[in-house]
Write a protein that binds this ligand. Structure first.
Ligand code: FAD
Ligand code: DLZ
Ligand code: SF4
Length: 506
C-alpha cells in the first residue's frame, strides 16, 4: 500500500519529520495550492506569491532528491479548493492506505487534519514538528505551575539546552541579556546596507502573473517582489545578513528611519517560518561570527534571543492557549480597524510610513509592528481580533502560531498580561526618540492638546485611564498613574476631550 505524504506551504524542509519517516519507494508526496489556504485571511499578494513559488521550487527539489511528487496547482481544473479535498482525492488516485503528515502551525489546520483519517479511510499518522528547539510537551512542562510565563527565564533554559553563547554553565560575557545596549536611535546619516534581493526566475514570474490575475483585489503591491524562494536563496540571504547587517543589528534593533524598511534587520523570518532555513543552524552561524570577533556580543546575543527565546516561546504559548487565544479581549476593545490600515492614508507619519512600506514589501520590522501599528491600535481601543487578522494578512512571515501571540499578547495586551508584564503603550515621545518621523509629520509631537498635537499623546493618557481598573494595580505602571494623578484637573479634562474628538473622527 502506498503512503500519502501531504506537505504544506510552510513545511518546505527536506528533513521534515513526515519525509524522514516515509519510505521514498512507496510514498507519494502531495503538495496543493488551494483557495482555502490562500483566502482564510486576505493575504498580501507578495505572501501568496512567496508561498506558491517556494512550494513549486520545493517540489522540484523533492523530485531531484528522488521523491514522487503530485503537485496540484491553483489552476488545476479538478482542484477542490481545500487541503482536505486534495488529500481525499490524492489518496483515492494513488490507492493509498496511509496518510503520513507533520502537524501544522495553526490550530485551524490541525482540526482539519484530525478529520483526514475518516475522510480518506486511511490510517492517518500526524507527527510532531521537530523543526523547533523546544518540543511542545517540554514547553508545557516548563509552564506548568508558573504564575507568570516570562520569556527571559525560558530563554535561559534554551541557552543552556543548546549551549549557544555559553561558557561552561555561565552566559558569555557574564550576562544573559545585553538589551540595555540595544536601544540606539538611528540618524539619517547612517550607512545602511542594501537589502538582499533575489531575482525572480521563470517559476516565480509565472506565479507572480497568477497572483496578479487571481488576487488582484488583495492588499499589497507585487511590483519589486525580491524574496528568495528556495533553500539556496535563503542561505544566500543568511550570508548577506551575517556579513552586512549583523554587526549593527544589536545597536539599531529598535530604530526607525523614514523611507528605510530594513535597516539592520535580517529579514529571515519568511525563510525560517517556511522551513527554508533551520533556526538552530542560523543561531550557530551567528555565534560563530561573534567567536571569530566579527560581530559584538550585544548583536549576537540580541539576535539569538529573538530566535531561541521569543520565537520558541510564542510558539509554546500559542499551542498552550489554543483554541480561544485569538478571541481574547481582556481590555474589552471593540472599535473597528480604521480604513487607513489598508491604505496608509493618514496624516500620522509614523503610521503612514509603516503601512505604506507594508503595502509595498509585506514587511515591517519588529518595532514598527509593535510600537507603531500595534501601539496605535491598542491606544485607540481597536478590536484585537481585527488587529490579529490584519497582521495575519499583511506580513510575508505571518502564520498564526507566531503572529497571534505577538499581536493578541505582546502588542494588544488582550491576553491580560500572560505574555507581557505590562502593555507596550507609548505616546509620541517614544516614536520621536527612536525615529526621524516626527520632524516631517503634520502633527507636533511636543503638543498634547490642540489642532496640531500628536494624536498619540492624548490617546496614551486616555488609554491608561480608560483601562485604569485593569491596569492601576500593575506595579510597572505605578509611576505613570502617579504622574497622571498629579496633573491639574483641567489638563486631564483637555486630554480626554482631545482623545475623544480624535476617536470620534476615526
Ligand atoms: P529580525 O529583527 O532580524 O529578528 C530575527 C528573527 O528573530 C526573526 O526573523 C524572527 O524569526 C525572530 N523573532 C524576532 N522577534 C520575534 C518575536 N517577537 N516573535 C517570534 N519571533 C521573533 N514574526 C513572525 O515571524 N511572523 C509574524 O507573523 C509576526 N507577527 C508579529 C506581529 C506583531 C504585532 C509583532 C509585534 C511582532 C510580530 N512578529 C512576527 C515578530 C517580529 O516582528 C518578526 O519576527 C520580525 O519583524 C521579522 O523580521 P526579521 O526577520 O527582519 O527579524
Ligand atoms: C499561507 C499559505 C497559502 C497562502 N497557501 C497555501 C496553499 O495553497 N497550500 C498549502 O499547503 N499551504 C498554503 N499556505 C500555508 C498554510 O496556510 C499553512 O501551512 C498553515 O497555515 C499552517 O501553518
Ligand atoms: Fe507619529 Fe506623532 Fe511623530 Fe507624527 S508626531 S510621526 S503622529 S509620533
Amino acid at each position: 500500500m502506498e503512503t500519502l505524504v501531504p506537505v504544506l506551504g510552510d513545511q518546505l524542509s527536506l528533513n521534515l519529520p513526515s519525509l524522514a519517516a516515509a519510505d521514498r519507494e512507496r510514498s507519494v508526496v502531495l503538495m496543493a495550492e488551494v483557495m482555502r489556504e490562500a483566502s482564510y485571511v486576505g493575504h498580501h499578494k507578495q505572501k501568496i506569491a512567496f508561498i506558491f513559488s517556494a512550494m513549486r521550487h520545493f517540489a522540484i527539489a523533492l523530485r531531484k532528491a528522488g521523491w514522487r511528487v503530485d503537485y496540484i496547482t491553483l489552476e488545476n481544473p479538478d482542484n477542490t479548493g481545500s487541503l482536505a479535498g486534495e488529500v481525499q482525492r490524492a489518496a483515492a488516485r494513488h490507492g493509498c492506505g496511509r496518510v503520513l503528515a507533520t502537524k501544522p502551525g495553526e490550530w485551524r489546520v490541525l482540526e482539519d487534519m484530525s478529520g483526514w483519517g475518516a475522510l480518506t479511510g486511511c490510517e492517518t499518522v500526524l507527527l510532531e514538528d521537530t523543526r523547533f528547539l523546544c518540543p511542545l510537551d517540554e514547553f508545557a512542562a516548563w509552564a506548568e505551575g508558573r504564575k507568570q510565563l516570562r520569556m527571559e527565564y525560558f530563554y535561559r533554559e534554551m541557552r543552556r539546552k543548546t549551549g549557544l553563547l555559553m561558557e561552561g554553565d555561565e552566559p558569555a560575557g557574564g550576562r544573559w541579556n545585553f538589551d540595555a545596549e540595544n536601544r540606539k536611535p538611528a540618524e539619517g546619516s547612517l550607512f545602511l546596507p542594501r537589502p538582499f534581493r533575489a531575482v525572480p526566475d521563470a517559476v516565480t514570474k509565472e506565479v507572480l502573473a497568477l497572483v496578479a490575475q487571481r488576487f488582484a483585489q488583495n492588499f499589497g503591491r507585487l511590483e519589486g517582489f525580491a524574496y528568495g524562494v528556495t533553500a539556496q536563496d535563503a542561505q544566500a540571504a543568511l550570508e548577506w545578513f551575517l556579513r552586512e547587517a549583523l554587526p549593527c543589528f544589536g545597536d539599531y534593533q529598535d530604530a526607525m528611519l523614514k523611507g528605510e524598511a530594513w535597516l539592520y534587520h535580517s529579514v529571515l523570518s519568511p525563510y525560517l517560518n517556511t522551513g527554508l532555513l533551520d533556526p538552530l543552524e542560523v543561531c550557530r552561524r551567528v555565534e560563530d561570527e561573534w567567536r571569530a570577533g566579527r560581530v559584538p556580543l550585544n548583536s549576537a546575543e540580541g539576535y539569538i534571543r529573538q530566535i531561541i527565546g521569543w520565537r520558541e516561546y510564542v510558539r509554546g504559548l500559542y499551542w498552550l492557549k489554543m483554541p480561544g487565544y485569538t478571541d481574547e479581549n481582556a481590555l474589552a476593545a471593540h472599535r473597528p480597524l480604521p480604513a487607513f490600515y489598508w491604505t496608509g492614508e493618514t496624516d500620522m507619519l509614523c503610521l503612514r510610513e509603516a503601512i505604506t512600506q507594508t503595502r509595498d514589501t509585506a514587511y515591517a520590522h519588529h518595532i514598527q509592528r509593535l510600537m507603531v501599528t500595534g501601539n496605535f491600535a491598542m491606544l485607540a481601543g481597536i478590536n484585537p481580533r481585527e488587529v490579529h487578522e490584519w497582521y495575519l494578512a499583511v506580513y510575508i512571515d505571518a502564520f498564526e502560531w507566531v503572529e497571534a501571540p505577538n499581536t493578541i499578547g505582546m502588542s494588544q495586551f488582550a491576553d491580560g498580561g500572560l505574555l507581557g508584564s505590562k502593555p507596550y503603550a507609548a505616546g509620541g515621545n517614544y516614536i520621536n526618540r527612536m525615529s526621524d518621523y516626527c520632524g516631517s509629520c503634520r502633527y507636533d509631537v511636543k503638543q498634547r492638546t490642540g489642532r496640531d498635537a500628536c494624536p498619540l499623546n492624548a490617546l496614551y493618557w486616555d488609554f491608561l485611564v480608560r483601562n485604569g481598573e485593569k491596569l492601576r494595580g500593575n506595579p510597572r505602571l505605578a509611576q505613570v498613574f502617579r504622574t497622571y494623578g498629579k496633573m491639574a484637573e483641567e489638563a486631564k479634562r483637555d486630554l480626554h476631550r482631545q482623545a475623544s474628538a480624535f476617536l470620534k473622527a476615526l
